[in-house]
Each structure stands twice: as C-alpha cells, then as structure tokens.
Design a protein around this ligand. Structure first.
Ligand code: NAD
Length: 286
C-alpha cells in the first residue's frame, strides 16, 4: 500500500481533548457549562446506541447532557412541543433530534422546529442557507469532520479539483459547499452522473458519500490523490466504505479507512458545535 492512512480515531481524540480543554476554560471563566439535549423518539436499537454515545462523549468533555426519550407513538405535536421547550431552555446550548424518527412523524417539519442558534447538527434550512451563502453558522458534523481531517493533514484545497460523489443534504451537499468555501474547484456527482469513473479520475481530492460498497473503483483514483470515504456499508466481510480500499490505496497519497476514518469524527464535531453554540449564545464569538 502506497497511501498514508488518515487516522480518524486519533484526529477525533485530538478534537475531543481540545473541546474538553476549551469547555474547562469556558466554565472557569464563569460561564454555565454548554448543554446538549438529545431527542430520541422510539426504541430503534441503533439510534439508541448513537444517542447513548453522544451523551457519553458530551459528559467526558464537561458538556451537560439532557437525554430526552419519547415513546415510539409520540405525536408530531408532542415532539414539536419538546423541541420548542428546549429552544427556550437557557441550559440547553445544542439540540440534536436523532434521525430518522418513526415514519408517522414529519422529519423535515421537526428539523425546522429546532432553534437555528442551537442547531448543532447543522441540518436546519437556516444553517444550510448560511453555509450556502458562505456566512458563519453551525456546520453539519460529518462534513465538518471531513474538512477537519483535510486541514490536519494540510491538504491543499485552493484551486484543487475536488470531486464529491453523493448529493445528500446530510453529507454531499454540505461537503461540496465547504470545499468551495476553501476555493476548491468542486464537481458533484450523483446517481445520474454520466461516466462517474472519468470524473473521479480528475480528482485531487475525492470524497465518496453514497452508501454502496466498492462503488468507487481503485483505478478511478488519480495517482497522489487524497481519498475520503464517508460510506458505511455492512457486508459479509464486515463494515466497508464506498471505495475499493486496497486498490485505491495503491494510488492515493492519503486515504481514510472504514471503519476508523470519518466515522469517529462526527461525534467530535458535534461536541465542538455545542461549545461554539454556547459561546455564540453568550455573545462571545468563537
Ligand atoms: P443518501 O442515501 O442520503 O445519499 C446518497 C447519495 O448517493 C445520493 O445523493 C445519490 O444520488 C448518490 N448515489 C446513489 N447511487 C449512486 C451511484 N450509483 N453513483 C453515484 N452516486 C450515487 O446517503 P447519505 O446520508 O449521504 O450517506 C452516504 C453514506 O455515508 C452512507 O453509507 C452512510 O452510512 C454514510 N454516512 C456516514 C457518516 C459517518 O461516518 N459518521 C455520517 C453520515 C453518513
């Protein structure tokens, strides 16, 4: 393997340690500890594990946790009322609605209920609009984690050809906007892109966020490219990304593994967003 691995576990640990340090300084300066409210509707086991992980990580860095769990049959009005209440609660700096909620709920309408100042997932239309406009705001956690990895490895982005495969609101679109803000030349690909391989071969920085194991073939990777694999796919071989890892690593300069790449970054960036939100709410710009 020629490529150097980008170690998401280690970078996430560094970010978490920095947040812990900054939270301590914040509270020592006389401010209330930042607070993260999580809202989980229903008893989906995977969602419960994610929420538990977010609360545990918050506690480890000194963020106060507010763990709200509603029955699977909770109505739209009940969840909306809780989100409104959390928006008004000064102890709560950040609100995270665990997605997806049960199908009888309107996830889009619920997301829109989150106070944009507390939108630590960065998924409300206001946060998306601020990002699209290039204005300060809370950025979605996984895309922010991708950018943090590129930054820590000093990957040059200005003028670089960046190709993003996948155009979801959660990952693809915000990653593309963040790369554009760093003056990369960004191409977005999706399920109807013609000759995906040809487009990927142009990439100095290739981001895969689709959710299809091995979609991005090793020979689509330009020699010396930086490859960030956001995909998480459960296969018979275990967890894999969207990129044919072994073949891609022969050609890339830097590459993320799956697992242990982008995955651990998401919670780290959620913690950082919660601190940033608390500071902004106190009138102190981060
Ligand atoms: P999504 O299903 O919302 O979006 C997938 C995108 O891929 C769509 O925009 C679609 O157009 C595109 N696509 C589908 N088939 C394609 C094809 N054949 N060629 C090109 N593009 C194609 O998914 P998502 O929420 O953006 O997540 C993508 C992947 O990232 C998933 O595997 C998910 O599990 C993973 N993910 C990881 C993290 C993390 O590491 N923390 C966070 C979020 C998502």
């Amino acid at each position: 393997m020629a490529a150097e691995l980008i170690d998401g576990k280690e970078i996430a640990q560094q970010v978490r340690a920095e947040v812990a340090r900054d939270v301590a300084a914040w509270t020592e300066a006389g401010h209330r500890a930042p607070g993260l409210a999580t809202v989980l509707v229903g008893d989906d086991p995977a969602s419960a594990v994610y929420v538990g992980g977010k609360q545990k990580a918050s506690a480890e860095v000194g963020i106060a946790g507010f763990d709200h769990r509603l029955e699977a049959d909770a109505g739209q009005a009940q969840v909306e009322a809780l989100l409104r209440e959390l928006g008004d609660d000064p102890r709560v700096s950040g609100i995270l609605l665990q997605l997806p909620p049960p199908p009888h709920l309107d996830a889009g309408a619920l997301t829109e209920m989150i106070d944009p100042a507390k939108d630590v997932d960065g998924l409300t239309p206001i946060s998306a609009g601020l990002l699209a406009k290039g204005r300060p705001g809370l950025r979605p956690c996984t895309p922010a984690g991708v950018m943090e990895m590129l930054r820590r490895h000093e990957v040059p982005l200005e003028g670089a050809e960046a190709v993003v495969v996948g155009r979801s609101d959660l990952v693809g679109k915000p990653v593309a906007a963040l790369l554009l803000a760093e003056n990369a030349t960004v191409t977005m690909c999706h399920s109807r892109t013609r000759d995906l391989g040809e487009v990927c071969r142009r990439a100095d920085v290739l981001i895969a966020a689709v959710g299809r194991a091995g979609l991005v073939r090793g020979d689509w990777v330009k020699e010396g490219a930086v490859v960030i694999d956001v995909g998480i796919n459960r296969t018979e071989q275990g967890l894999t990304g969207d990129v044919e890892f072994e073949a891609a690593a022969e050609r890339a300069r830097l590459i993320t593994p799956v697992p242990g790449g982008v995955g651990p970054m998401t919670i780290a960036m959620l913690l950082r967003n919660t601190l940033i939100a608390a500071q902004a709410q106190a009138g102190v710009l981060a």
